[in-house]
Design a protein around this ligand. Structure first.
Ligand SMILES: [Zn+2]
Length: 350
């Protein structure tokens, strides 16, 4: 469904995951796919997986922030999910008709409103009116030749017709009042690192402590420990950076940066950076880059061990962080200063 998302994400600074998400929604609409909330969530999850970020935990707050598809105004009924979208005054049909009944009636999960109407009559069986009496209130809508219109909840909670700019405005991370915003998002950030850091700040990573009971049961019990140290289940605080593996890495990175107040807690590091974030000085920019890279590669290492059975040592992960940040620094220009000369030395910049 997503055609060119990765390219956009990996190119140019300032492009955020939301651009891709907005694009994929548009691609889906133009391609004739139906956009449902469930689909949108799967899409974001897929984006995270593609970048070795593992799954994503969706809180109600997150969905409210992201802005969701609110419903459809029917045209020809072809882009509107019969079961999952809201297109009539009785609400979403799957709220009272089970998926099992849909299959038993010979209908399909992906049916559009157009698909379930035949010559002006609903295709579902007469028995549904007894099993689900609310359906008696549902008249067959007159379908036209025009396209369905998606309604989208905008940032202020209003419901409007879906447009590219509205989606972008709803989805893009914006300058909120949180004091650490600029620790994460800044002109030279590496977008995929920043996005992961943003998830960490909101404690939205799918760590083991957040899995539901059935997910725990479904996972292998012997793999249900931190993949990095194998001593306890992982959580945001454990992975960033109470874990032996990540605290060693954190010490190596903070020593390299000569940034003193890193006490093995992602909150401490974030807070130590906040007072400097409005300044575009080399030391602050490089430290923010390294902090985001460290977070990103710890999460990647954790997921590589879980899902791919591949592991690297602390030194190897450190090398990856070092070379990634170094590559980024090479693309930047700073005013000459004593800090710049120290930084060039540290990062072996010619
Ligand atoms: Zn650990």
């Amino acid at each position: 469904m997503v055609t060119n998302g990765g390219g956009v994400w990996l190119s140019g600074d300032g492009e955020m995951v939301s651009v891709i998400l907005a694009q994929s929604v548009i691609t889906a609409r133009h391609g004739g796919f139906m956009v449902t909330i469930k689909w949108l969530m799967k899409e974001i999850d897929g984006l995270c997986l593609r970048f070795d970020m593992g799954g994503f935990r969706f809180s109600k707050g997150f969905l409210e922030r992201v802005g969701v598809v609110k419903g459809s105004v029917l045209g020809d009924g072809r882009l509107t999910s019969a079961w999952y979208d809201v297109w009539s005054n009785i609400g979403r049909i799957t709220e009272f008709v089970t998926i099992r009944s849909i299959f038993q009636a010979g209908l399909k999960n992906m049916d559009s409103v157009h698909d379930i109407i035949d010559n002006g009559v609903w295709k579902w069986p007469q028995s549904w009116y007894i099993d689900f009496p609310i359906l008696q209130q549902l008249q067959v809508p007159p379908l036209s030749n025009s396209k369905d219109v998606i309604l989208w909840k905008d940032i202020d909670g209003g419901v409007k017709e879906f447009t590219v700019s509205l989606a972008w405005n709803t989805l893009r991370p914006r300058a909120t009042k949180v004091p650490w915003y600029r620790v994460v998002w800044f002109e030279h950030c590496i977008p995929r690192h920043a996005f992961l850091l943003w998830l960490l700040m909101g404690e939205n990573l799918k760590t083991q402590d957040k899995l539901k009971d059935w997910e725990r049961n479904a996972s292998l019990s012997n793999s249900f420990v931190c993949a990095l140290c194998k001593s306890q289940i992982d959580s945001h605080d454990h992975l960033f950076y109470n874990c032996v593996f990540s605290s060693q890495l954190c010490l190596m990175v903070s020593t390299l940066l000569e940034w003193p107040s890193w006490n093995n807690s992602w909150r401490d590091i974030r807070d130590s950076l906040v007072p400097y974030t409005s300044r575009r000085i080399v030391r602050v920019v490089v430290t923010k880059l390294a902090y985001a890279a460290m977070t990103y590669f710890i999460w990647q290492e954790r997921n590589n061990r879980f899902f791919k059975g591949k592991s690297r040592t602390v030194n190897q992960v450190f090398e990856v962080i070092y070379s990634t940040v170094r590559m980024k620094i090479l693309s930047l220009k700073f005013k000459d200063s004593s800090h710049l000369r120290v930084m060039k030395d540290t990062w072996k910049i010619p």
